[in-house]
Design a protein around this ligand. Sequence first.
Ligand SMILES: [Zn+2]
Length: 483
Amino acid sequence: MAEEEKPETGFVKEIRKQSQDFPGWYNDVVRKAQLADNSPVAGTMIIRPYGYALWENIRDPLDGLIKETGHENWYFPALIPLSFLQKEKDHVAGFEPEFQLVTKGGGKDLEEPLVLRPTSETMIATVLRDYIQSYRDLPVLTNQWNNIFRWELRTRFFLRTREFLWQEGHTFHETAAEAEEEVAKMLDCYRRIAEEWCAIPVLTGRKSETEKFAGAQYSTAIEGMMMDGKALQMGTSHYFGENFTRAYDLTYTGRTNERQYPHSTSWGMSTRMVGAVVMAHGDDSGLQLPPRIAPVQVVIIPIFRGDAERSQIETALQQVRADLEDIRVKVDWRDERPGFKFNEWELKGVPLRIEIGPRDLAKGEATVVRRLNRAKQTIPLGELGVAIPALLEEVQGALFRRAREFREGHTVRVDSLDALVRFFETSIGFAVTAWCGREDDERTVKKRTTATTRVILSSRRPEQPCAVCGRPATVEVAWGIAY
Ligand SMILES: [Zn+2]
């Protein structure tokens, strides 16, 4: 997020080449497709209407899944007393460097500084002490949609900003088994949002001890591969055991009349998903949006000269629009050349374009072009109502398969440290190895390759020894260079 750039008002200007300068390409696409722009406050961004609509189309189905699985939306304050955050020592150690503090209010120094929420475990554990008294009050399944503040040093649109939007779920359970089931269930909701809506295949599994959330017993995550081969963590789900409830003295009376600590979880997915969609599907022409989340699924470009042709097309479009009433359609009547409009809607990643001119009308058909591969076909006007929804589904599937093939083509198995180092020197993508689980290995690999463990793919004991140190291996792990 370079500070000196002016807001992007024009379109179809040159964007840097994805293959030559991926970060530059990403920055250009985000701004020129009008997803987001720089803000007057360093490290934060303005989400523009097109980007916000894309976020809403990810957020809404996720909110649906969260409610279907029995959770209710709450809202807790954004300002958290510093003392709340200091009660869980791993948690505060992990987040303190990113705190943004409020120290004055009403012109006076506050007795206790307030932290702009970096995450809400501490607030929610404190508040829910009053709501959880007995085992009959459990489980408590909360979620909240809000903004989060973390003082990031290196910021990138959507991927890492000092303020971002997300949901955070926080749940409290009677048993460890129930809480662990919750952790897995919510991770699967994230997998579904990533794969079924955003068309991004993900690896799922536990994080290593070094990569886990500060204060968790263990963390799980979904990890996607972007088109530069880097890994993006796209959602996390954490198991806390009794860590937080003990630190916050949150107890309930159990079935045997004893005071007990509930087992808690938390899980979150953020506006980072918008960045994931850009980097998993885009190309040199710009965005490439999966139809299920595209703010505009179909753009209609009327091609005409003069008022007579225009009104002919307008009449024909009335029926077409009625046939496509369940589809997010935009008709672009602006006074611009068709070629300009084609480029602009390609930049904005609209999955399908319908071109209608007098010659098409005379034949009672329209030309339909897919953003995916620019494949053209003519379709009778009367059949658009059936053909377009089917084509959108087809494109949705094709984007997912393409992303999966890309990931599979850029994932290798290696069995030695040398091979791991060579892989990251010469290739992009994920390397899978047997691993013993020692942090020393992670330090060694990070130093030599900058790669980190992304997720533990299987805790089935591998047959080979640890690829890094040769000790007996306990897990299979995916290594990647992370965003
Ligand atoms: Zn090892």
